[in-house]
Design a protein around this ligand. Structure first.
Ligand SMILES: Cc1cc2nc3c(=O)[nH]c(=O)nc-3n(C[C@H](O)[C@H](O)[C@H](O)COP(=O)(O)OP(=O)(O)OC[C@H]3O[C@@H](n4cnc5c(N)ncnc54)[C@H](O)[C@@H]3O)c2cc1C
Length: 395
């Protein structure tokens, strides 16, 4: 039996972050990761806000591929809403290098990284958690942290609640594109990406490399592959990607609708495992890391006081809820409105937002991490939008 103070299942960004923080306080910490290499394979469009790097002590230069200043939002009939353009609003990153840097940081703090060990079971035995992996190794710890992504084994093992929805995503790297390197291209519409949207993100300063992809809601009638191949053939993006070549394709799911409970005796969940993801954009790196910070603080506290009961660990759930819970909750409410939009409605609102007054508000207050900041200023400029809001958001 290999014994640790804390074991983190999953070597993604949230797992690496939490592990490094706990190990820095001289606790014995291991990460169990099922893959044989960190950051491979990658299922991510790699778009984050610059504030992600404010949370981390890693070098950003080798990770950042391109600065993004704005977005062109394409309606189903081809109307374009141009927003931003004034400053750097987002960064296209090399996600593989990002994950590798975070793990390197954790290892510098003496985290033991144990690769190719798929956790197959975890349960409580007296005051410990015992874990078994696919290699038939047994591990034991006082505190188990599930940072094991959308289909968390830790979440299942302790019967914690499921995310509300699993969006289905698909994407690819492309070369030979003809993009404005400062702008991401977003496409909405029922036939393009039902329930979500499609994107093209320029990943170099010439606009000749990009990541292209889309996400759909889980009840969509066809597969992500079907919508993706239609999207590649569609008239709308063809000017931008007419001669493009696909170099690498990937797929994955995005869990949304944060869990109502993210703790159990001796157990915490963080990141995608807890669906701590923005429901409006599907981005989970920033929100996951915000929660990872809270998870590390409570874990260190619990280890110092040797208190691992569920009543004590509830502190974690409360603290991330105060930090980002409201934003995630409002995100689900917005998603509910957006999810049921018809193509006609998309066209109508994109046209309406093209007015310079509203556009200026979006450019000024729009924040990918905190989309709710837009509500008040938008309603001030266009009170007719109030009709769209559910009663619960009108106060
Ligand atoms: C198509 C797509 C595009 C996306 N684009 C963006 C974007 O542009 N910006 C953004 O912010 N977010 C994006 N996301 C979301 C983002 O990728 C996740 O929110 C983020 O990776 C969550 O980090 P995490 O550490 O919680 O989980 P993960 O990164 O999923 O890491 C979980 C780790 O746990 C390991 N694991 C799983 N099960 C086990 C097990 N049983 N035993 C051992 N190890 C296990 C996995 O191998 C993995 O390494 C996208 C997601 C998808 C699918």
């Amino acid at each position: 039996m290999n014994e640790y103070d804390a074991i983190i299942v999953g070597g993604g960004p949230t797992g690496a972050y939490v592990a490094g923080k706990i190990a820095k306080k001289k606790y014995k910490v291991a990460i169990l990761e099922k893959n044989k290499e960190i950051g491979v394979p990658i299922n991510c469009a790699g778009l984050i806000t610059p504030r992600v790097f404010d949370l981390l002590e890693i070098k950003k230069e080798p990770i950042i591929e391109n600065n993004i200043k704005g977005a062109n939002i394409h309606s189903p009939s081809g109307k374009i809403l141009k927003i931003g353009g004034d400053k750097v609003h987002a960064l296209a990153i090399n996600r593989s290098k990002f994950d590798k840097e975070l793990i390197k940081k954790a290892e510098e703090n003496d985290v033991e990284l144990i690769l190719e060990n798929n956790v197959i079971s975890a349960h409580k035995v007296k005051e410990y958690i015992e874990i078994k992996t696919s290699k038939n190794y047994n591990f034991r710890c006082k505190l188990l942290i599930g940072a094991d992504g959308p289909y968390s084994k830790v979440r299942d093992s302790f019967a914690l609640p499921e995310p509300k929805e699993f969006l289905r995503g698909i994407g690819a790297e492309i070369t030979n594109t003809n993009l404005d390197p400062d702008y991401v291209e977003i496409f909405v519409g029922k036939s393009i990406a039902p329930g979500f949207f499609a994107w093209i993100i320029p990943t170099n300063k010439k606009g000749t490399y990009a990541r292209i992809g889309l996400c759909i809601s889980q009840e969509s009638p066809k597969s992500p592959k079907y919508y993706f191949s239609n999207f590649l053939k569609s008239k709308i993006p063809s000017d931008l990607i007419r001669n493009a070549k696909i170099t690498n394709q990937y797929g994955g799911v995005i869990p949304i609708g944060a869990l109502k409970k993210t703790f159990e005796s001796n157990v915490l969940l963080v990141g995608d495992a807890a669906a701590q993801v923005k429901p409006t954009s599907g981005g989970g790196i920033y929100t996951g890391l915000i929660c990872a910070e809270q998870c590390s603080n409570v874990s260190i506290d619990a280890l110092q006081k040797n208190k691992f009961n569920s009543q004590y660990l509830k502190k974690y759930h409360k603290s991330w809820s105060v930090d980002i819970g409201r934003e995630l909750y409002l995100g689900m409410k917005f998603r509910k409105i957006f999810k049921h939009f018809t193509d006609k409605q998309f066209d109508k609102y994109i046209e309406k937002f093209q007015s310079s007054k509203i556009n200026q508000v979006i450019s000024r207050y729009g924040d990918i991490d905190y989309p709710s900041k837009l509500i008040k200023p938008m309603l001030k400029k266009a009170p007719s939008l109030l009709r769209l809001l559910p009663t619960s958001l009108k106060d």
